[in-house]
Ligand binder design. Structure first.
Ligand code: KG4
Ligand code: ZN
Length: 362
């Protein structure tokens, strides 16, 4: 079975050809990061336009690298949401065009379900030889730029939300704190890099403890901002105390202070993720813990999660942590096997209500 995956939900134009629901024959990712970097985040209209410019070439490239033609495919899997509507539309319309021209079935894939299935993808190279997919039931921690969810997955295609963030997503917090510290976009890798020269206990930052399995990162963000203001005041500069995170920029800090703040922030945020996941893993009957989404690339998160959880823990290979179409092709393969075919009237949804909150969450 061959499936072409298409992903354009944010700022990556991505396509992939997946064989038998697990083997990556090609995985093309055209990143727009350099284009959005001057804005410190994704500029939605620019992202959509770049997808339009790139999509045809990127689809051709995936087919070429997989030595496949459209006529060899069994289905098309495309991200239908959540994401930026203008961006999503480009991928969905490209897929619809191919479906109309070829008669291939179309499978709409939830972007977060795609991230989940990055853990069900056979790794490239020798690592893939003795690879086994994660066992079910699994506990999933989805940590991306737009989402932070703890989810139970009793079987394929069945998801129960245990908890989510009540304010910023983990990746969003990384991006905002990176901007405050004058580091580059995307913030996660930049903070991880800066933290290498810092001390995680240099600043004591709060970790929110909400009831249940929800997360909150706004208190942590404000605490970093207050620390920055305090350090800047210590230089004798006059600082506007009402300055908000959006407009603040730590121009007066030394490189060591920036590294210490990056390390302390990263430690506190990772603590929140690990503590909640550990709590959920020990309370629910699960055989495996899978972490996914852009933040799952974080080295400290990988180390601390593996040390804290006694069950097998899976992370996607680094090249599948951030947005890609291989994960969409794999998730789409499972959905296709279940007969979940979308019509040509499939629409994009910026914020689909998925997964639903579980009665087990309380
Ligand atoms: O999953 P993703 O590519 O896009 C969304 O679906 O949102 O995640 C992007 C997010 C960004 O916020 C980025 O800062 C974060 O993932 N990220 C990281 C790392 N690499 C990417 N966060 C922490 N540590 C990293 N190494
Ligand atoms: Zn994503």
């Amino acid at each position: 079975m061959l499936i072409l995956g298409i992903e354009t939900s944010c700022d990556e134009t991505a396509t992939a050809v997946i064989q038998d629901g697990q083997r990556i024959l090609s995985n093309v990712v055209l990143s727009q990061i350099a284009i959005h970097q001057p804005y410190g985040g994704v500029f939605p209209e620019v992202a959509a336009r770049q997808h339009v410019l790139a999509i045809d070439t990127v689809i051709e490239q995936a087919l070429l690298e997989a030595d496949t033609a459209l006529s060899d495919l069994d289905a098309l899997a495309v991200t239908s949401g959540p994401g930026l509507v203008g961006s999503l539309l480009v991928g969905v319309n490209a897929a619809k065009g191919i479906a109309l021209a070829t008669g291939l079935p179309l499978v709409g894939v939830n972007h977060l379900e795609g991230h989940i299935y990055s853990n069900w993808t056979r790794p490239l190279g020798p690592q893939g030889n003795d690879w086994q997919p994660p066992s079910l039931p699994a506990l999933l921690l989805i940590v991306s730029g737009g989402h932070t969810n703890l989810v139970l997955m009793p079987e394929h295609g069945v998801y129960r939300l245990l908890g989510h963030t009540i304010d910023d997503a983990a990746g969003e917090a990384f991006d905002k704190i990176a901007r405050l510290l004058g580091l580059s976009y995307p913030g996660g890798p930049a903070i991880q890099q800066a933290a290498l020269d810092g001390h995680p206990d240099a600043f004591s930052l709060p970790v929110a403890h909400l009831a249940g399995y929800d997360f909150s990162f706004s208190g942590l963000k404000t605490a970093v901002l207050r620390q920055v203001q305090q350090l800047e005041r210590a230089t004798g500069a006059s600082i506007d105390p009402g300055r908000r995170l959006k407009t603040a920029y730590a121009a007066l800090l030394t490189p060591q202070q920036i590294s210490d703040l990056a390390a302390s922030f990263q430690w506190a945020l990772v603590s929140a993720l690990v503590e909640r996941t550990q709590q959920a893993a020990s309370t629910h009957d699960v055989a495996h813990v899978c972490v996914c989404g852009g933040v799952s690339a974080n080295v400290l998160l990988r180390q601390r999660m593996r040390a804290a959880i006694k069950l097998p823990v899976s992370f996607p290979p680094l090249y599948l942590c951030t947005d890609n179409a291989a994960m969409i092709g794999v998730a789409g393969s499972y959905a296709f096997r279940r007969g979940e075919i979308s019509g040509l009237d499939m629409d994009v949804v910026a914020r689909p209500p998925w997964p639903h909150r579980s009665p087990l969450a309380t």
